[in-house]
Design a protein. Structure first.
Lengths: 100, 479
């Protein structure tokens, strides 16, 4: 059974936040999805190997040689905030008035 | 441009014979899109730049042919938004491998198609830029997530469009719109430059009215790509050499695909298609895929887990939307993501983060990965004795707009017949075969890995025998 406390914890892990009404809605929707997922417990999977990928291609190796890719200007083209060729972000520590 | 009476080959003929110029074709296509888009909302961006006048020689089969491209495939012309607010201003600095190959063959990027945000959805209602409408009935969804691509092809805006298929996102909208749509074998096509959702299942596919058009496009864009280590070095056959012959073909119909969950009108059309194949000499038997009933449960854990990881990159730092309501770096991450993603994307990130989190990993992610193995083994067993699995593509025809969007579990269950092929990485297609209550029904063909040719051959028989292409949708079909 999913409760709001757990959903709030998961949101924190996922770097998302919800207002109370949305948290309420998501808790009940996710709970319903998890109820559906619990049907998997009916199956005995003892000793079954998990499948995490289905690529049929063997890993290809290549010499580690430098190759030209995008330029700095191209890579900065979509950066929302930048200065003098650098990506700009706010200070890492809280900038609020009650900062300790 | 009236594409209803054309194929890529017939338009190519006109271009090569100088009956039609590349610029005229481009202009006529743009006009038609601009005329229909306010009604259908199938395109997010249209490339209205005039194309240079070039002559087309008889070897260049795709030269000058306009191609619609799903908006989660990176292109240097036009923005790539994945129908998300978080990428609403994103201009790619590089071109995906699939479009690089098709542009090199002379195709023209005519526009980017609408879709469910980040390809998460089955109705194209989860777009940040408004829902797509079904050209057969504007009250109905076009399916999803490649709903814009399917509606564009169905309404005759283009001859062909690219889609992506992670759990049925090419096949289900193809079925709902009465067009052909194929998802190739996992690895057949490079994923380089395709916005990642679930990396162990995502594949680029093609939608077109005519089977032969998809065959030509798929063979052009397939093949090994050093940029994608999961792409396959298997030789790409000349898919266009279609042999419309099913004599002796061994077809398996899974019991589980024809059960009570499938609408009677859909079942009837699928049975009709099976009868046609039998009349053409195919051998048809009933088989079991006992674990297929768990496909939805397995898929939503695995796809959401991979999505939660793949979508971590949208943090407001290097590209995409950045919130202005910030005091510190953590706020940039949390507010940009919370304001930039829509509800369905958030739901899946949450589900995936939960399934991968400490204390729940074994019960959910690992369990789902184990059941995935059982589903794959079911397929292996059937393909020891059969060439093709056939059943419905979706349990129903297109449902009403707005009818399922608030009920995720009901929406997810709509994908139960398409998901198994993604879990197992098998090639699968939807072929239109008839109407039920005025809406198209698609038959799904699933082949063993790298068996796309069997799909094209069988689909061509169905195209010939059902004469479905004589049917025209309400919107776009009047001319």
């Amino acid at each position: 059974m999913l409760d709001k406390k757990l959903v709030r914890h998961v949101a924190q892990l996922a770097k998302l936040e919800f207002d109370d009404a949305t948290l309420e809605k998501f808790t009940s929707q996710l709970d319903e999805i998890i109820q559906m997922e619990n049907e998997l417990t009916k199956l005995d999977t003892t000793g079954v190997a998990p499948t995490t990928h289905i690529a049929r291609q063997e890993t290809a190796l290549r010499p580690d040689q430098p190759q030209p890719t995008q330029t700095r200007e191209q890579l900065l083209q979509n950066v929302p905030e930048q200065q003098a060729g650098y990506v700009k972000v706010p200070s890492i520590l809280d900038n609020g008035e009650d900062a300790q | 441009m009236n594409y209803f009476d054309e194929t890529i080959a017939s338009v190519h003929q006109k271009l090569a014979n100088r009956q039609l110029s590349v610029a005229e074709l481009n202009q006529a296509t743009i006009q038609r899109i601009q005329q229909l888009n306010p009604t259908l909302n199938s395109f997010l961006a249209v490339n209205d730049q005039p194309v240079p006048e070039t002559s087309v020689d008889s070897e260049q089969l795709l030269a000058g042919i306009p191609l619609a491209i799903k908006d989660n495939i990176l292109t240097k012309q036009l923005k790539t938004t994945a129908a998300s607010k978080i990428l609403s201003n994103f201009q790619s600095v590089y071109e995906s491998t699939v479009t690089t190959k098709l542009l090199a063959a002379g195709m023209h990027n005519i526009g980017k198609t609408n879709m469910d945000e980040f390809a998460m959805g089955s109705s194209s209602e989860n777009s940040a830029f408004g829902p797509v409408k079904n050209p057969w009935n504007l009250q109905k969804v076009p399916g999803g997530s490649s709903g814009g691509s399917a509606a564009a092809v169905a309404a005759g805006e283009v001859l062909a469009a690219l889609g992506t298929d992670t759990g049925g996102s090419v096949r289900q909208p193809a079925s709902f719109n009465g067009v052909f749509g194929i998802k190739p074998t996992y690895g057949r096509v490079s994923r380089w430059g395709v916005i990642a959702f679930c990396s162990s299942m995502d594949q680029v596919g093609v939608l077109s009215r005519h089977v032969a058009d998809s065959a030509l496009i798929l063979q052009t864009m397939a093949g090994y790509d050093p940029h994608d280590n999961t792409s396959s070095s298997q030789p790409v056959p000349n898919f266009s050499a279609i042999n419309a012959d099913v004599r002796g073909l061994k077809i398996a119909v899974p019991d589980e695909f024809m059960g009570d969950g499938v609408a009677p009108g859909v079942r009837q059309q699928v049975q009709h298609a099976l009868d046609l194949l039998a009349a053409q000499g195919a051998q048809i038997d009933t088989v079991q895929l006992p674990h297929a009933q768990y496909a939805v449960q397995v898929y939503y854990i695995i796809a959401s887990s991979e999505a939660s990881s793949n979508l971590q990159r949208y943090d407001g730092i290097r590209y995409g939307y950045r919130s202005t309501e910030v005091q510190n770096l953590e706020d940039v991450y949390v507010h940009s993501r919370s304001e930039g993603f829509g509800d369905e994307v958030k739901r899946r990130i949450m589900l995936g983060t939960f399934a991968l989190s400490a204390g729940y990993y074994d019960a959910y992610f690992n369990k789902a990965a184990q059941v995935r193995t059982l589903i794959n083994q079911d397929f292996e067993k059937v393909f020891q004795n059969y060439d093709l699995i056939v059943g419905p593509t979706a349990p129903t025809t297109a449902f009403d707009l707005g009818s399922r969007i608030d009920d995720p579990v009901v929406m997810y269950m709509n994908d139960i017949l398409t998901i198994p092929a993604n879990l197992a990485g098998l090639p699968a297609a939807s072929v239109p075969v008839g109407l039920a209550d005025g809406m198209p029904v698609g038959v799904q063909l699933i082949a063993p890995a790298f068996g796309e040719q069997t799909i094209f051959n069988t689909a061509q028989v169905l195209e010939n025998e059902t004469n479905f292409l004589a049917q025209r949708p309400q919107i776009g079909g009047q001319n």
